[in-house]
Write a protein that binds this ligand. Sequence first.
Ligand code: SF4
Ligand code: SF4
Length: 518
Amino acid sequence: MTQRAVSPPPDAATASAAASAAASAAAPGLPPAGAPAEPPPGLWRPAPPPANSVESRLAEVRIKVYPRSVSGTFAHWRIVFVVLTQLIFYGLPWVQWEGRQAVLFDLGARKFYLFGLVLWPQDVVYLAVLLVISALALFLFTAVAGRLFCGYACPQTVYTEIFMWIERRIEGDRIARIRLDESPWTARKIRLKVGKHALWILLAWWTGSTFIGYFAPIRDLGHQLFTLQLGAWQWFWMLFYGFATWGNAGFMREQVCKYMCPYARFQSVMVDRDTFVVTYDRVRGEPRGGRSRKIDHRGAGMGDCVDCSLCVQVCPTGIDIRDGLQYMCIGCGACIDACNQVMAKMQYPAGLIRYTSERAIDDGLDARAARRRLWRPRILIYGGLVLLLVFGLLSSLAVRSPLRVDVIRDRGVLAREVPGGQIENIYRLQFINTSDEALRLQLSASGLPGLSVRTMPSESADVRVPAASNLLVPVVVRAPLDAAAPGSHPIRFEMRSVEGSAGPQLDLNEAASFYLPQ
Ligand code: SF4
Ligand code: SF4
């Protein structure tokens, strides 16, 4: 992977002229025949710092990118993913399951509800396995097809798409936005800017409110919000998340992908020459240049690239994919859509920019041969590990017992003699019901002759553990004085579902020890 060198920026006048030229050629998007190669006008630059200086590199951070809108296959897929991910994010907290919120991370009660599953702190191993699966899946998808996640499902990309859609509806497409930003402040400019930010802030606030709806029952939040009864942490996270959405999607945008996202930096170690990434076919495209549609460009020694710069104008990170694969490329495919439109107008084959591998371009492999090379050892290893872990996780969840029991000895009373020639030991049994139904259990103990069990203070051997709860029950176990020699003896607590109880049927036992004094 090559890293794009920071090229000397054109001065403001050049940028303005380029913008005007692009405006006049906006409809067909093609340069006039014989036109000189136009420098990529995707960027609006505030001032021309000296080339190759630290200042020029810092100026790169301040450059504002005005991506032009584009339609096509990949643009449609981006819309599908935006809608899908946002339906899930905004809709999921409103889904109900067995009379409660289906997905709720109740940090106060230390319980995570995931539909029928209730996870406790003891289940942290599932979370760890889930994180390992996510990391391996990321390695796998990156090795297969580069930054697919970034282009279609990353929250930064998705919210930037939504914010840019609002911006386009209010301020217009690329050229109109550049002109608006360059124009002096007028009533119209203030109206457009205020309208845009009002909608952005509304969306950001909704996003922040939904976020805290994953940690507190969302149906109560509206009332608590308008009566100012939210807790301090709820206020903090709602405002923080909303502010981060507004700042990142409205202002930072591609800067997050280029300078803040660690994934952009280490993706280069996960891709190789066989990874499918958005690639400019330089063998087919060079030498580039403007030409008439009617000439035989091959006969004239030209490649298929007409140097219209549309691929740069639509790029949300403002890069030129013709410079080679760069870490700033988020793999969104916008340049593919733009270039395919140009190729169609020129009546050249589509795919001058396409998803393919570096090896396919260098060695002239066709699509089928390039796809065959996807099956390489690292893909098989990552894929195998992901399948294995997913299978292990699902099997473990499927056989997971809905009841956990911990036996704790009462250290204050080791053993004591009670009337009737009996020795009494006291325990505390901690029951964790991880199911959505209450459990009714019958307690007994084995390991010594004549053992009897009763709970306190009810004096019965029945225990009712409410759904998704944690219950601590004091338990008295008695044995005859002569049941065994003095000392500690292993016993087992047995717990069986009471006949006819509505909860899952259980038959568990748990080890303990019974002490007989001298
Ligand atoms: S180079 Fe193409 S795929 Fe990469 S970010 Fe720009 S438009 Fe998207
Ligand atoms: S690669 Fe395609 S979109 Fe980009 S400048 Fe060449 S012809 Fe135009």
